[in-house]
Design a protein around this ligand. Structure first.
Ligand code: ADP
Length: 539
């Protein structure tokens, strides 16, 4: 067979030949911009040509610091299109971490949303390799800034060549992108994505039993473009000619619901906290959502109760998926097998709440204390992964040795696998509660708690215990309409029939809010500190 290089620019070339008229719909600070793929591809080439003018060379890193919008999409292709490396920076990292990742990646040019100018004015003197700032603005003229040299995105690309040729002699193993983990402990770790890895991962997004993304879809990545490349959706959508809807800056559940209704979204992707917010919005106000054929949910465990409410109340199919920054991210996805669709609704929803089975192309092993675990849904072990879109190292980071061993990525996630191959994430190794030599899954308790009608969010953590080593404590946020209407005892009584006695939390703490990570996951490290402080103050 021909040895063809699998590259990112070839995806954009396909869109501009086949899907000229298809649209990218992008919410901005002023309204909604509608561009055709023809326009987007011309603008992308203009950007490529101007990056070259600014001195960006093959292999150089170019950072983006932005929300999900069409200019960010242009950067997704315009940067790899000249053989440079797209570094999508997490806008919610703290300033020290932002400085760290920009310097560690040695970003040469930064593309920044205008709303983040004040931040960069504070930190720019600490950025060691940045030679130019390009500001992505909805305004015709840039507000005054101390950043130097600085360019207005629109004014810059206007001077560019809209026929500029993408680089032709790329090796598929060359880097196309780099993304840092949100690292809840320690410094963020860099993961480099090759052209080949992105290309093959997109193919998996197109598989019918995968995400099944197609030309006929209207896709809305709510997951940020700095969170594992918005799960690869922008790349795949352009390649397949899918209509893309970008939710833009500072969106709310109501804005998402309106976009779903007005743009007839068929597929949307985000973390559970996003869908929890949307669910509340749909329960409180009427929207037309029948266009949706899948809500893809990953990043942390989706509680069964949420899946059930979306499917039963709103007839919105919910697809649970699992992945990591290190895995591009899609590796496991929950779809019922043909012979499982006739099961009772309880059985179906409990399967859908599992993360699912491994997608074609990726291999897994699960290693427990006695070696490979049995597929019986009970034995627990660490999930190991291998495949063409799984990273083989961290970028210039000695922590590579901890996670990558013998050709496998050691995920740090503890899982069970049932007879049908459905993987269930029991916990992250560090979040498991070790009580009297046995393990308690914080995820299982959280899911059960969030199924209670009065509870909006729940997070369960381990607190040290003299006799049992660790014991679970649940932190819950009660829905507004149930404030002061529910007691700790009632919550424990609700859990009792569902768990062994020793699994029940020793305490329930009512909170206004649960601290979250930069990508909307429960921040258990901070929560643990708050809980210990709470007990010290009480004690
Ligand atoms: P970070 O490691 O900084 O949190 P990632 O987004 O790469 O950033 O997180 C990957 C981790 O998220 C996985 O190792 C796993 O613990 C968790 N995760 C991802 N998807 C799911 C899911 N569907 N259910 C439970 N946990 C998940």
């Amino acid at each position: 067979m021909m040895n063809i290089q699998l590259t990112v620019p070839s995806m954009m070339e396909r869109a501009e030949k086949l899907f000229k008229k298809k649209q990218v719909i992008s919410r901005s600070t002023k309204g909604v911009d509608r561009l055709t793929y023809e326009e987007v591809s011309k603008r992308t080439r203009q950007l490529s040509s101007m990056l070259v003018e600014l001195g960006v060379k093959r292999g150089d890193r170019v950072g983006t610091f932005a929300w999900n919008h069409h200019r960010h999409l242009e950067a997704y292709f315009g940067i790899p299109g000249i053989g440079a490396v797209l570094h999508t920076i997490n806008i919610r990292l703290d300033p020290q971490q932002i400085i760290y990742v920009i310097n560690h990646a040695k970003d040469k040019v930064l593309l920044i949303d205008e709303c983040f100018l004040p931040l960069f004015e504070k930190i720019h003197h600490e950025l060691t390799h940045v030679e130019a700032y390009i500001i992505m603005s909805d305004e015709p003229v840039l507000s005054s800034t101390s950043l130097q040299p600085v360019y207005h995105y629109e004014q810059l690309i206007e001077k560019g060549n809209d026929c500029y040729p993408f680089i032709q002699d790329l090796d598929e193993q060359e880097p196309a992108g780099i993304c840092y983990t949100s690292a809840t402990t320690g410094k963020p770790k860099g993961v480099v994505y090759s052209h080949r890895g992105i290309y093959l991962h997109c193919m998996a997004l197109g598989l019918t039993d995968g995400v099944g993304l197609s030309e006929a879809d209207v896709a809305m990545p709510v997951v940020p473009m700095f969170h594992v490349n918005a799960w690869g959706l922008p790349f795949a959508a352009v390649w397949f000619g899918t209509t893309l809807v970008m939710p833009g800056p500072f969106f709310t559940p109501a804005i998402l619901a309106e976009l779903i209704q007005n743009e007839q979204i068929t597929i949307a992707a985000g973390v559970p906290t996003i869908w929890l917010g949307l669910l509340q919005e749909l329960e409180n106000n009427a929207y037309e959502t029948s266009s949706l054929r899948a809500l893809i949910c990953g990043g942390s465990a989706a509680p069964q109760s949420i899946i059930q409410r979306f499917e039963e109340k709103f007839n919105i199919p919910f697809v649970h998926a699992y992945g990591m920054t290190e895995t591009s991210p899609l590796v496991i996805l929950s779809r019922l097998k043909s012979y499982q669709t006739h099961q009772s609704s309880d059985e179906k929803f409990s399967l859908k709440a599992k993360q699912g089975f491994i997608v074609p192309g990726v291999e897994m092993r699960v290693i427990g204390q006695q070696g490979e675990v049995k597929w019986n849904g009970i034995e627990m072990g660490e999930l190991l992964l291998k495949g063409p879109w799984i990273a083989s190292e961290y970028y210039e980071d000695e922590r590579t040795n901890e996670a990558f061993k013998d050709g496998w990525l050691h995920t740090g996630d503890v899982v069970t696998v049932d007879e049908e191959g459905f993987v269930k994430i029991v916990d992250r190794t560090k979040d498991l509660i070790k009580s009297g030599g046995e393990w308690i899954s914080s995820v299982d308790l959280e899911n059960a708690l969030m199924a209670h009608e009065a509870i909006f969010e729940a997070s369960v953590i381990a607190v040290p215990h003299e006799k049992w080593q660790e014991r679970p404590v649940a932190c819950v946020v009660v829905k507004k309409e149930y404030k002061n209407q529910i007691t700790k005892e009632e919550i424990i009584q609700f859990l009792e029939p569902q768990f062994a006695k020793w699994w029940l939390p020793d305490d329930i703490i009512f909170m206004e809010e649960i601290p979250k990570t930069t990508v909307g996951k429960f921040l258990k490290r901070t929560l643990r500190e708050q809980v210990l402080q709470h007990y010290e103050l009480k004690g």
